[in-house]
Design a protein around this ligand. Sequence first.
Ligand SMILES: [Ca+2]
Length: 547
Amino acid sequence: MPNGTKAPDSPNILIILNDDMGFSDIGCYGGEIETPNLDRLAANGLRYSQFYNTARCSPSRASLLTGLHPHQTGIGILTYSNGPEGYAGNLNRRCVTVAEVLRQKKYKTYLSGKWHIASSLTDPTDAWPLQRGFDHFFGTIIGAGSFYNPNTLTRGNESIEHEAETDPAFFYTDAISDQAVAFIRHHNQASPDAPFFQYVAYTAPHWPLHAHDEDIAKYKGRFDAGWDSLREQRLQRLVRDGIIHPDWQLTDRDPTQPPWTDAENREWTLRCMEVYAAQIDRMDQGIGRIVAALEQTGQLENTLIIFLSDNGACAEDIPQGVTARELVDQLMIAKAKTRTGKPVRFGNDPGLMPGGEDTYQSYGTAWANLSNTPFRLYKHWVHEGGIATPFIVHWPRGIRDRGGLRHNPGQLPDIMATILDVTGATYPKVFNGNAIPPCEGESLVPSFASAYGGRGPLFWEHEGNAAVRIGKWKLVRKYPGPWELYDMETDRTEMRDLAAQHPERVRDMSEQYSLWASRCGVIPREKILELMKAEGAAAFWEEEEQS
Ligand SMILES: [Ca+2]
């Protein structure tokens, strides 16, 4: 089918991405959190047990949208505007987004939610959504912020921060859901003969811990058993449901965290996890409304829905005493006052219960450790806890298996490859005069019909943390530490490092990693740190990462 011709049954594409959520938080991946709408998509579609993001907000988004590795797109770390090539913090012109590709195929394209792949936060540039293939955009340019009054709230190319500031009922998760529903209804009215691509990018459950009281109340008592016992319970459900192999051991509790029996500030600690759960619950309620809108407009049957998280659970602590200047002026991820003029109190203060607009907290390492059960490590690292995501695919017309599981590994660029496969769209060699590197993904379509084993090597690099997976072997490094080697068939939880037993395999895989890193523009971590220090900007979280 030539580009530009609408196939009679081109599927709509709906990607739902969320932010900083662990592998086992939602119901259909062993969690305690109530996600009936995601569970329903899983029950009528497929769940993948070994799909991977790339450990951090911006790089994951860049990779998902372009089918390339993050460094190839200019998003080597985040959107700091002080990096060299590959790290400029701005989606470059040597890549194309799914929206740009599908627009060539007469798709209408919509984005509701977080962007976070442009260095300019306030002035529209050619790295903003409308300039990268989206017909319509509602959401935030920045990576994080208040759910009640977000910075950089934008419609099209215009700031609409005043809409949140003047609406006491505004809550970002609900606004993203409402807009996604409105886009579906608008599309059905305005363009009934064209397919659509919609990208819904929730910021839940990224910090700050903001949620509605009624949702928080639902989770009162739900986590009282504490992280140790809940990790065991999650593992049992993951094994029971066939997502995790019974031979894989549960990782030890994070060694920096106390056993639950010694946990301090119990009431506050539990409240943190209750609010986190409420953030995800609220997102799931919104997904229910989005799916209902598809059903009501007769579009559910032929919409390919993909749900995933952009990185593993987040262990970033927002320190007590962090100043508003750092968060408000320097990083622009917060506002100093609530909409009624009360000061926002920043930091994880056990004397202050999270949830409201005047708080700005995170749930901390021990709960992130629970969120990533049975794996270890977190967002930033490329051990399984940083990169393993739930991955749900729902497409009644294209997938017969209802409630099936797939264990083939996959990675973010596979989403572009899959979309090309199901829509017949053409990935360009040249776009707007710029040469575009070949898509790095492999289509997931063969795995839609049946279990499927094939996947070429997978590679990761983030802040010096690095990994390569070839077949059952994974070579992984926690910067600046040495390479570790794991057999993912017998030990996916990365408990038994086999590097010393297989020096030749380590050498061979590290060479393949180096070839990939140099081909994709990865710059050694030491050099990046030097450049960032010289610039002095955005140092706050960089210092956090080093601690
Ligand atoms: Ca994230």
